[in-house]
Write a protein that binds this ligand. Structure first.
Ligand SMILES: [Zn+2]
Length: 457
């Protein structure tokens, strides 16, 4: 355990954040990413002896841990239930820090009161290191997986995975690679995650919302604020935003959420339990009742969050353009294209230009078998959970945040997004926040989870 902590601390000390404005190929910005890739090779020798490794760029590291089934065609898949190679995802980049707001050095890996501090402690070097520690221990003990286990680690997940996961996915496509299932970071085991249920729940996100930012602009003739035009760009844009607010995306109960509610209903009593159990039958009544609760409402429709607003640079200058950004999280079956059409129609004003800002991605629907808590990977996932968290129920869930796994959806019939840490709501808030830290206990749990999971493959 002490050695694992040492290696984890060494991983935290590599400052793998991306400086604002740096471009791909900037050797100074890429140096920590390369250092992290080398760090894995140096610290996990047994695994590196057994596995094949491809480094596509500072943003992409791929491993294939060969399975016995690859050597002999008679793999005996029935016995284990595993139906083929699996893919485990992680990323080694972290988000930048506001150093002055931290009580400790964000890249110092300081230990106190049972916690290890550092950017990436939760998101997600702890998981990547737990995966490597588990693989190294299993390799050192002579374990050979039944089927190939692949790892794909990205170096730009926090910037949409364009150079990392997306390129890795193209590489897999060229090889014609398929996986039985995929596991990525995701929702943790937590208490008080849902109002009314205080016992811990393990949320396995089997479906992911799409991500789309839209830029709304209205041009205007610039000039002195003493002579404003009769119709002002800010007023036109404000009217458009009000129209969007008045026309939310329609509510819909997708099977993943319906099953989540049904499972939750059996754990929470009272009115909430009743309403969740009968959500489909209650329909509009239910939707109306929960529309004021963002935790629940966001599971039921595509959300549109107004995040940025920009006018001129001075109080006495008419802007040449006003701009707003809205960030949408698309619920299946809404696609980027359909959502853009919906927003344009809601605005209904040609003076407002609407364009996609950055990379928009469609939602990743669930494998219907997974929504019923069956299908490839469930058995292994539940067994690993039970070994670390006996008695904690596993629930299917909908991932609201975007993960690298969206780039890999074509390669498997199901993706799990799960983090094997038990986090309090306060600890959840440390992700991307100040004083990010993980308890030594959680580090150990992560190691145990991956040891059980990989050991069962
Ligand atoms: Zn992450």
């Amino acid at each position: 355990m002490d050695k694992m902590i040492d290696r984890f601390c060494a991983a935290l000390r590599i400052p793998t954040w991306w400086p604002a404005g740096a471009l791909r190929g900037d050797s100074e910005a890429e140096a920590p990413l390369r250092r992290f890739q080398d760090f894995l090779t140096e610290r996990y020798p047994c695994f590196h002896q057994r596995a094949e490794r491809w480094v596509l760029s500072p943003y992409s590291t791929i491993y294939r841990w060969p399975g016995r089934a690859a050597a002999s065609a008679a793999g005996g898949t029935e016995a284990s239930g595993v139906e083929g190679p699996v893919l485990i995802l992680a990323h080694y980049d972290v988000v930048p820090v506001e150093k002055e707001k931290w009580r400790v050095d964000p890249f110092g890996a300081e230990q106190k009161d049972g916690y290890i501090y550092g950017r990436g402690a939760l998101d997600m070097k702890s998981i990547l290191i737990a995966i490597m520690e588990a693989a190294e221990t299993l390799c050192a003990g002579g374990f050979n997986p039944r089927h190939d286990i692949w790892f794909a680690f990205g170096g730009d997940e926090e910037r949409a995975g364009i150079q990392g996961a997306r390129e890795t996915a193209k590489w897999f496509a060229r090889r014609g690679q398929r996986f039985a299932w995929i596991l990525d970071e995701g929702t943790p085991v937590g208490e008080n995650q849902i109002k009314g249920v205080d016992s811990p729940l393990a949320l396995f996100s089997i479906e992911e919302k799409g991500f789309l930012s839209l830029e709304l602009t209205v041009p205007q003739k610039p000039g002195h604020a003493s002579r404003p035009p009769k119709v002002q760009a800010v007023a036109v844009l404000s009217r458009a935003l009000c129209k969007i607010a008045k026309k939310p995306f329609p509510y819909k109960l997708v099977p993943t959420v319906e099953n989540f509610f049904a499972q939750l209903a059996s754990l929470s009593g009272g009115v909430q339990g009743f309403a969740m159990r009968h959500a489909r039958a209650l329909g509009g009544v239910f939707f109306k009742a929960v529309s004021g609760n963002p935790d629940i409402a966001s599971l039921l429709h595509t959300t549109a969050a107004m995040t940025q607003l920009e006018g001129s640079a001075a109080d006495n200058v008419m802007p040449s353009e006003v701009k707003a950004v809205i960030n949408l999280r698309l619920l299946h079956p809404w696609t980027v294209e359909k959502a853009v059409g919906f927003i344009k129609k809601a605005i209904g004003d040609e003076r407002v230009n609407v364009r996609v800002h950055g990379l928009g991605t469609d939602p990743v629907p669930a494998n219907p078998e997974h929504a019923r808590r069956a299908g490839p990977g469930w058995k292994e996932m539940e067994a690993a959970l039970k070994a670390v968290y006996p008695g904690v129920p596993s629930l299917v869930f909908l991932m609201m945040a975007a993960t690298d796994s969206r780039h890999y959806q074509a390669f498997a019939d199901g993706i799990f997004r799960f983090s094997p840490h038990r986090l309090t709501p306060g600890e959840m808030g440390l992700i991307h926040g100040h004083d990010e830290r993980i308890s030594v206990e959680n580090l150990q749990r992560g190691f145990e989870f991956y040891s059980h999971l990989l050991g069962a493959l």
